[in-house]
Design a protein around this ligand. Sequence first.
Ligand code: PTT
Ligand code: SF4
Length: 622
Amino acid sequence: MFEGGWTGRILRVDLSRKKHTVEKLNPEVASGYLGGRGLAAWVLWNELSPGTDPLAPQNKLVLATGPLTGFLLPSSGKMLVAAKSPLTNGYGDGNMGTRASVQMKKAGYDMVVIEGKANKPSLIHISDDDLQYLSAENLWGKDTYKAEEVLEEEYGTKSGILLIGPGGEKMVKFAVIVSERGRSGGRPGMGAVMGSKNLKAIIVEGGGEIPAKNPDRLREIGRAGYQEVKDASQYGFWIRQGTMATIEWSNGNSVLPTCNFSEGIFEGWNGISGETMEKAYKVRRKGCPNCNMQCGNICEIKEGPYKGQTTEVDYENIAMLGSNLGMDSMDWVLNLNLLADKMGVDTISLGSTLGFATEAYSKDMVSKEKLGVDIKWGDGTSMFELARKISLRDGFGDHLAEGVREVASRLGGGAENFAMHVKGLEISAYDCHAAPGMALAFATSSIGAHHKDAWFIVWELKMGRDLVTREKVERLIEMQQIRAGFFESLTTCRLPWIELGFSLDWYPKYLEAATGLKLSLLDLYRMSDRIFNLARAFWIRENPGWTRQMDYPPTRWFREPLTKGPLQETKLSEEGYDSLLNWYYEIRGWDQRGIPRVSTLRQHNLGFVADQLQALNVNLAY
Ligand code: PTT
Ligand code: SF4
């Protein structure tokens, strides 16, 4: 029985048959997997047949909120979008701050599961218990800004709108789902999955109350939480620069990705720094619902194709479209960022793909005729042109739209050595030549090389970057418990905690007031481990022939040392990395291939997972 927090309802939509049903969420599943990633991994494991083609109608797009979503407590306006990833062939998700999360809960749904394929470009409009299947032929081909404008005119600016751009329509493998011009989620191709279903947009409106076990208590501690956030010593600086302050920090610590992750410092960093952004480009700030530490930096573009328009930026966007492309012009970086948002493609993967193409071109592995652009490090015009081609799958852009792993294997000739990805997902903006723990974090994250599960860099630098110890791995796993399971399943924003020191102790209190469930932080970490193992099992099920090579970072970091800055000559040691990985597997209860043992799965109440893997002839150790 649900006493609050969850609505207890799942909306299941079949686009092929234009049929939908409302199902009950099993309370045991809810209390065992919480929400967000927990519920999404549960659905994908149980409902997808092994080997499902990620772009086939049989793949499922899961929109999942958590038990705290929508309540008035710090940064609770987030939701998870998940599916089997067309980019990695594994478990994929993203965490978005959008009105759609709150509207979904108010409409009475914890989760929406979308399957099948519409026979023509469509949108769905969910309004409480009503669902309409509508044509989106007038929107197909429109960028996300234009399409959202049309939808806002029709449905108002208070409704929740999730949509894709031309990148998603053309199934660029790293297309994202976009909302509110700058909120974007689902790096591993969730936008491509939506495109494969001919689904241009999802509009959701809810008029109900979100049920809470103890609403008065929740209101009271929610208010106290907002106050703690506001009183944090870093608050003032945070709302001025948000994540952008990280550019200077990363450069100072030799981890700022530069020219396709070949270096960790960038001479031109000041041109793209947080301070430059704040003083010369920022015009206002923006935030997700229910957040009082708004970190969206809205910047006005002064030069280039989008001169006069605004775009929302964060550290990852600027580093991957800036230093990683040798670009010190904030204007060009902002132009690229806006292009990515309008097209609905991920900025991190786009930056990595452009960096890869520039390097391949400079090494004569692809000709100018083939590429269609004379691309050079730091040259905004050619980068912009190639980014456009990738987003529209035009010419060689069609190959690049497959992501760096695939395009490198098509090119051959050693291109794999500078394809910067793990398990097919392009690496987020931290160079790891001199950060073995962070490299391990990227390599073992649940969705491929995304920093969301893997932002170990600050903890690692505090412990000692050279340190290769079991203790470092224990800390990494603790971090994964908090970031990968806890926050992704609560679905609330982790930035109050990581950036302003908001205490984790608030969350069990919020959960109890919302749901009635009394869970300690330790209980939540155990749940997190269960979800982590379930996501890992999904990867193994979908990728037969799994080996520990899947948990290795790119060879570049092992073979080519940094040549600039205080850490020049540094590279990753293979021996050191293997020691860390061995400890990692041992502590996680996985065998030396990185596959969970039967005993581990059972310990996490995942006996059914062990049974299915064995039935599929996966050789599991005990
Ligand atoms: C997130 C990833 C990030 S994480 C960034 S910048 W970051 C990039 N932003 C993109 C963008 O913008 N446009 C675009 N076309 N592609 C983009 N790709 C990149 O996507 C995001 C914030 C940020 S900003 C971060 S760190 C935190 N991430 C959280 C998380 O993952 N979990 C959680 N519980 N809380 C988080 N809080 C913060 O949210 P993905 P958003 Mg995003 C323009 O979705 O797939 O996880 O990729 O959702 O609403 O934009 O919030 O320096
Ligand atoms: Fe959104 Fe930033 Fe607030 Fe997190 S801190 S909820 S990303 S505005």
